[in-house]
Design a protein around this ligand. Structure first.
Ligand code: TRP
Length: 437
């Protein structure tokens, strides 16, 4: 067998931490608070929780299951399960999505590193709001600077991935994830003690049902997919390094709960700060890079708070980028027999080059993001759901599920969700993206 040369997690804890690391990312700390603000606070959060439970969790389980069953990258996984069929294209779509997403995700990761640097050299304290806001614009107007930080971010990603599944990815997550949780708790305690924290909390906890339209529910679903890293085989790849003994159902719940908790807690950090200073919960990258530093600058211990926040964000971004690079890397290692070193360095270089246009122009970055989140991921997720629910035989699904979990009831629930609810919901998202619904 070539399992040993592919690598494996050291155990369930390593697997859960790595998958949580993939899931917890910029999506949780930046995007979730901002769209929650847009779509009515608590009402949106409830819709989001519903999407995680009814669609996110069944799909996450499906990806883990396909990965563990085949012990392959997404292309190899579909090829193994349905040799010679067009289903292999689902795997290909995943590998392409990995390139597309990482190329701009790494640019934003580079911004975060630049802000870690700005925090380190104490750039926010004793400055006016206008001066602080200008820092983000200055960085955006400087392609050389962004390309530099993009390169650093990709270097960190490649160095970790090239060290292997357990020595690189797992070790990286074992270090960064606990620190991320610790920093989040410190920031939470801090944010809740600011003077007008209650205004921010009220915004998050009091549902404004009238803002919750169909669009908001579809937005919640798209966010649930992105946040759980679904729809491109990242979780197939991570599942493929898992041993047979692990209880998949339990791991799935751990990852989903951890990811959701971080998103909600990030909201509890961001909104009290934003509202305490009468700042707008404005759209786009601005909320984190423009608005929050202004809030930090007016708070006690601003130096340490800003540093803690951007270090947290860089860990979140880095642990997610590992999973994106690993999808492409696993394909070249499994199917093309490249060494892991060769695969990670070559692919890292290619993705760095592909990222340069996004570093030069923010429009290109938004364009790539739009392609990925509006088309590639929903289509990928739909294909994975249909594959698991309809192309796989009942007995195939049942057998793999039953290895770790004998409950007929849980299996029946999952089957219904993955066969009916997930595909219908995903088709609705997609029609909505095309403005047909
Ligand atoms: N889930 C990560 C976030 O919330 C991003 C991410 C990592 C991702 N791997 C992925 C998104 C695979 C989609 C697919 O930021």
């Amino acid at each position: 067998m070539q399992i040993s040369s592919r690598g494996t997690w050291s155990g369930a804890v390593g697997f859960i931490l790595a998958s949580m690391g993939s899931a917890v990312g910029l999506g949780n700390v930046w995007r979730f608070p901002y769209i929650t603000g847009q779509y009515g606070g608590a009402a949106f959060i409830l819709a989001y929780l519903g999407c995680i439970l009814a669609i996110g969790i069944p799909l996450l389980l499906a990806e883990f299951l396909i990965g563990r069953k085949t012990e392959r990258n997404p292309v190899g996984a579909f090829r193994t399960l349905r040799p010679g069929s067009p289903w292999v294209l689902t795997g290909w779509l995943g590998v392409i999505s990995a390139f597309v997403i990482l190329s701009y995700y790494a640019v934003v990761g580079g911004w975060v590193l630049h802000f870690v640097y700005l925090s380190l050299i104490d750039s926010f304290s004793q400055k006016s709001a206008a001066e602080i806001t200008a820092l983000f614009g200055a960085m955006n107007a400087n392609p050389g600077l962004q390309i530099f930080w993009l390169m650093i971010f990709m270097l960190l990603t490649v160095v970790i991935v090239s060290r292997g599944v357990s020595r690189g990815i797992e070790t990286g997550n074992r270090i960064m994830m606990p620190l991320l949780f610790a920093l989040l708790l410190v920031l939470l305690v801090y944010a809740l003690q600011t003077e007008r924290a209650a205004t921010g909390l009220e915004f998050l906890l009091r549902p404004q049902w009238q803002k919750l339209r169909a669009t908001a529910i579809l937005e919640a679903l798209g966010q649930a997919l992105f946040s759980l890293s679904l729809g491109m085989g990242a979780m197939i790849t991570y599942g493929s390094y898992l041993s047979r003994q692990t209880n998949l159902v339990r791991c799935t719940f751990f990852v989903a709960i951890g990811d959701t908790l971080v998103a909600v807690l990030a909201g509890f950090v961001v909104f009290p700060l934003v509202f305490s200073f009468g700042l707008e919960p404005s759209a786009g990258p601005g909320l984190i890079f423009r608005t929050l530093p202004v809030a930090f600058s007016q708070l006690p211990a601003s130096y340490w708070v800003a540093l803690a926040f951007f270090v947290l964000l860089s860990f979140a971004a880095l642990t997610s980028s590992l999973s994106l690079l690993e999808v492409a890397c696993a394909y070249f290692v499994d199917e093309r027999r490249w060494s892991r070193k060769q695969a990670s360095w070559t692919l890292g270089m290619a993705i760095f080059l592909l990222g340069i246009p996004s570093a030069i122009g923010e429009e290109f970055l938004s364009f790539m993001d739009g392609i990925a989140t509006n088309y590639l991921l929903p289509i990928g997720a739909l294909l994975i759901a249909v594959f698991t629910g309809w192309a796989m035989k009942h007995s195939e699904r049942r057998e793999e599920f039953a290895i770790a979990d004998g409950s007929a009831f849980r299996f029946a629930c999952w089957s219904v969700l993955i066969r009916f609810l997930s595909p219908v919901a995903l088709i609705l998202i997609f029609l909505h993206q095309l403005r047909l619904f």
